[in-house]
Design a protein around this ligand. Structure first.
Ligand SMILES: *Cc1c(COP(=O)(O)O)cnc(C)c1O
Length: 356
């Protein structure tokens, strides 16, 4: 029997999120998922797996509170920042009635999550320098429940003006919840607005261990907000959201030694990015390199070189962004090891030679 007629209509119409893993590829240089190219060797120390894990791991929360400069009761730990994105919609939005807003181009999950729940969305394009278009946002605010802003923005790599975020909070005046997705903020921590949550009870910050902490495989993220919001979200999160192994390793990531390792890793990635940027600008197949404060670079390529496909065939896997509005001929390149950056530049220079 065909059971399609039982599936919700919006799910039948849904175009699933194209994660880097789903897109696939065969390669030895993976620069498509904004992962850190180095891994530590983690060892599990757990017993009592016959018992359910703690609902929220207090040791981890205390450590993350210290790292991020907020109070432990302002943090909820979840299965990656992606679960945070989802919990907020589940909590605040009525299906087929409420509307969320986000600025484009940006991270794909705000849209897909809204589509899954049957929540409407309005998109406002960034200005030409990928900043907030406050006057256009303002015109929509009266009907918006949630606003998602990714900072630094994925895939463009830039920081959203903090003054504009402050202005937006003032314009919103508690009519909507403002969510700042700081998945990449650890690469430029001074740009975090996380401490503003003590002033604005409608502000939510999303964080993750998937990027700068080099733990994408762990699936651990944080939602940070006024305790009122944290308590409401706690009502609807699954009963035991974090497996014991996840808690165990996430806690270890916050020993003094491992935090120092993360800081060192961030320095290396930022250094590699700045070197790569200078070299990319000189490649004829690259028309533009957009400034980035994150662990990836957005570039505009000259289509005649077929950069994405040619590198893909050589096992250098980048992320094609050209289907996003405003990003035709754009590719996103994750910052790899120094050696991987050198390989990439070499491959791009070869493309130039081939086409001459
Ligand atoms: C990677 C990413 C996430 C997802 O983080 P997880 O913790 O791995 O779920 C969320 N937001 C943005 C902008 C990202 O790039």
């Amino acid at each position: 029997m065909n059971i399609y007629h039982l599936v919700r209509n919006n799910i039948i119409k849904l175009e699933a999120y194209q994660s880097a893993r789903k897109i696939g590829g065969i390669g030895n240089i993976w620069l498509n998922a904004n992962e850190i190219p180095y891994s530590d060797n983690w060892k599990l120390n757990i017993n009592l797996l016959n018992r359910y894990p703690p609902i929220q791991p207090s040791k981890l929360i205390n450590k993350y509170a210290k790292y991020s400069g907020v109070q432990p009761n302002q943090i909820l730990v979840s299965r990656g920042a992606d679960e945070g994105i989802e919990l907020l919609m589940k909590t605040f939005c009525e299906p087929n009635k409420d509307t969320i807003l986000f600025c484009t181009p940006t991270y794909g999950m705000y849209k897909i999550c809204a589509e899954i729940f049957g929540i409407k969305y309005i998109t406002i394009p960034f200005t030409s320098h990928w900043q907030l278009n406050l006057s256009k946002i303002n015109l929509q605010l009266h009907k918006i429940k949630l606003i998602y802003i990714c900072n630094p923005n994925n895939p463009t790599g830039n920081i959203i003006n903090l003054n504009d975020i402050k202005k937006l909070l003032r314009i919103i005046n508690y009519r909507s919840i403002l969510i700042i997705d700081e998945a990449y903020i650890d690469f430029c921590l001074h740009n975090s607005i996380v401490t503003w949550i003590s002033e604005f009870s409608n502000l939510v910050v999303l964080r993750t261990l998937s990027k700068a902490f080099a733990l994408a495989g762990l699936r651990c993220g944080f939602t940070i907000a006024h305790n009122t919001i944290i308590q409401i979200l706690s009502k609807i999160i699954t009963p035991y959201p974090l497996p014991m192994p996840v808690i165990n390793i996430a806690e270890k990531a916050f020993t003094d030694k491992n935090i120092q390792k993360t800081y060192n890793r961030i320095k290396i990635i930022n250094y590699n990015r700045n070197v790569l940027m200078k070299k990319l600008i000189k490649c004829p197949c690259i028309q533009q390199v957009f400034p980035s404060v994150s662990n990836y670079l957005l570039v505009k390529v000259n289509p005649k070189y077929q950069v994405f496909q040619k590198l893909w065939n050589q096992g250098i896997i980048l992320r094609d962004q050209s289907k996003q509005i405003g990003l035709s001929n754009c590719l996103r390149i994750t910052i790899g090891t120094y050696k991987e950056c050198k390989h990439l530049i070499h491959a791009l220079q070869q493309l130039n030679k081939e086409s001459n």
